[in-house]
Design a protein around this ligand. Structure first.
Ligand SMILES: O=C(O)CCC(=O)C(=O)O
Length: 216
């Protein structure tokens, strides 16, 4: 997206487009996602313990591509037709192809996502991740991994598109914190390209140990 400014001062690219989808599209996609996705609350392995994720999740995507993070293996469910169309639109605008969308459903202000990087090996070296949001707006935060004074926040409105690319996942973590005031439900999809078959169990265990603070 050549004409969209970069929110990050260095070491990566994050571009935000507020009204990527119209209000009508937002209503339609929200209701399709609420009703057609099989939402689950699943545990992650973190700090040597099994902890329930503070949100509902699902993986939508090509049937042979599971996604693994923090000790959880997610099996994809089929693309609802409307979300497949959305994927086509994003691919045309961004000039790339996606295999999967990780779906997160934040039921209220108490649901959240912890600090993490989307740095799973299956996503390749410098993944392009397209994040779309429907429902309540929520604050999304970045923090630089080594330059701790560098922090960037962006409020993700319903119908917005946030694209992370370049070296972002090497140098920046991101999170979606709880909020103090009440929040209506919000659904977020992050479109990703899963490149290869899942790793063998041993390699996976080593990586889980290394990044045990991810995503809770
Ligand atoms: O809900 C959001 O905007 C955050 C999603 C996210 O960080 C992720 O799926 O990795």
């Amino acid at each position: 997206m050549k004409d969209v400014p970069n929110l990050l001062p260095k070491d990566g690219v994050a571009q935000y487009v507020e009204n990527f989808f119209s209000a009508d599209e937002c209503r339609g996609y929200f209701s399709v996602l609420q009703s057609k996705v099989q939402w689950k609350q699943e545990p992650l392995q973190m700090f040597g313990r099994s902890l329930m994720q503070p949100r509902l999740t699902a993986l939508i995507g090509d049937s042979e591509k599971p996604y693994r993070y923090s000790g959880l293996t997610m099996q994809p469910e089929n693309w609802p037709a409307e979300i497949f169309e959305m994927k086509n639109k994003l691919e045309a605008v961004l000039g790339c192809t996606f295999t999967s969308a990780l779906a997160n459903n934040y039921r209220d202000e108490n649901d959240s996502m912890g600090w993490h990087q989307d740095d799973e090996r299956e996503l390749g070296i410098n993944p392009l991740i397209a994040s779309v949001s429907f429902g309540a707006s929520r604050m999304f935060r970045f923090r630089h991994l080594t330059d701790s004074k560098l922090k960037v926040s962006v409020e993700l409105a319903s119908g917005s598109l946030l694209v992370m690319s370049g070296e972002t996942q090497h140098h920046w973590q991101h999170a979606l914190p709880k909020t103090k005031g009440p929040k209506a439900p919000r659904i977020n999809l992050t479109f990703r390209t899963i490149l290869e078959a899942p790793q063998p169990a041993k390699a996976l265990q080593a990586r889980i140990k290394k990044s045990s603070a991810s995503r809770g």
